[in-house]
Design a binder for this molecule. Structure first.
Ligand code: PLP
Length: 382
């Protein structure tokens, strides 16, 4: 049986599949089992910021595995120590400590738990159209019946308010509010960029009421929006959740915390959290992002990509929006068929809701590769 038949037969059918078998990747290109080449404008949903198949990360992973691949958090380890120091140094000044985990959902779980433990309060305010993952705690913060309904009842204490609307958020705050959790650019929710003024008001409110501000940068982190963390362009959080491209494609998440976060020993741990293998990959990947100026590249190339897309005169396009190399093209009709047509023309993009095409190319994509993607986009929309 071929890989499609095997996966369809043996795995739970939870992923809406595309009809290709990807076998290899290099830089911003992907290859299928028929030898066809694709321009990657998805990065495995924001994972491959440094591009596919980076030799430096591969070497770091190999070297670490033959040295010490696993080391539970009860023992000290030099690679974990170096990564903790490096990540805190690269983060906004308010953030002083880190907890390591293995995915975006887990980073959000950690953030929600730390907020409750640190404030002694139970209520969390999240935004409509927000996406924070699908484990039970994170799922309660994620917006949308489609995701929540099969798994009711949800964790209590979550309130959802309209995004980018300070008055509604402020009205929802009570004496029981522990935290507000928000994305700076809503990714799954349709690539919606929040206003800086809104986030500043939220920051002030949180300071006044001693509420912790959790920013979910699982998708916007590590150069994607033009700065290492998107929050550098908005406000500082008390808790910053990251994952996806942190370790160059090796599963890893992290929760960066201010001094307001206090949790008892043993209350929250993880077997694989901070394993030296992922830490070595993260150190190598961070080095590449900083040394090669990938955040700046995302800012410049993202600006180019956005301008070119906005210049397309096409009745089907409602709006083009984004920040850095996180771009949404909202259509006046369903976007699914165009995503398929693009794939046939060798360009892989994502959906973000029914009508939005989402582009998250590796930050190492070249201008020439962006031009190829633009030609295909113009062609399929015409
Ligand atoms: C903003 C945000 N938070 C959390 C998650 C969940 O991450 P994971 O799929 O690694 O659990 C995602 C995944 O797309 C995300 O975009």
């Amino acid at each position: 049986m071929n890989p499609k038949e095997l996966e369809d037969r043996y795995e739970l059918p939870v992923y809406p599949r595309r009809d290709i078998v990807l076998v290899r990747g290099k830089g911003a290109r992907l290859y299928d089992d028929q030898g066809r080449e694709y321009i990657d404008c998805a990065s495995n949903v924001g994972v491959s910021n440094i591009g596919h198949g980076h030799e430096e990360v591969a070497k770091a992973i190999y070297d670490q595995y033959v040295t010490l691949g696993n080391c539970y958090g009860m023992f000290y380890n030099p690679v974990r120590a170096r990564l903790a120091e490096r990540l805190v140094a690269l983060s906004p000044p308010r953030l002083k400590r880190v907890f390591f985990c293995n995915s975006g959902s887990e980073a959000v779980e950690g953030g929600l738990k730390f907020a409750r433990a640190s404030t002694g309060r139970g209520e969390i305010i999240a935004a409509m159209r927000g996406f924070h993952g699908k484990t039970l705690g994170a799922l309660a913060a994620t917006w949308g019946e489609e995701y929540q309904k099969p798994f009711m009842p949800m964790m209590p204490g979550l309130k959802h308010v309209p995004y980018n609307n300070f008055q509604k958020l402020s009205d929802a705050v009570s004496d029981e509010t522990a935290a507000v959790i928000l994305e700076l650019v809503q990714g799954e929710g349709g690539v919606r960029v929040g206003d800086k003024a809104y986030f500043q008001q939220v920051r002030e409110l949180c300071d006044q009421k001693r509420i912790l501000l959790i920013l979910d940068e699982v998708q916007t982190g590590f150069g994607r929006t033009g700065t290492l963390f998107a929050c550098e362009q908005f406000v500082e959080p008390d808790i910053l959740c990251v994952a996806k491209s942190l370790a160059g494609g090796v599963p890893m998440g992290a929760v960066l915390c201010s001094e307001a976060v206090k949790v008892p020993v043993k209350s929250h741990t993880s077997t694989f959290g901070g394993n030296p293998l992922a830490c070595a990959a993260a150190l190598a990947s961070l080095e590449i992002i900083v040394r090669d100026g990938l955040s700046e590249k995302a800012r410049v190339l993202g600006g180019y990509f956005l301008n070119e897309l906005r210049a397309i005169k096409n009745q089907k396009i409602r709006e083009v929006r984004g920040l850095g190399l996180m771009i949404g093209i909202e259509l006046k009709e369903k976007a699914g068929p165009y995503v398929e047509l693009l794939m046939e023309r060798g360009v892989i993009v994502l959906l973000a809701g029914a009508t939005v095409m989402r582009l998250l190319p590796p930050l190492v994509i070249s201008r020439e590769e962006i031009d190829i993607a633009l030609s295909a986009l113009r062609e399929v929309l015409a």
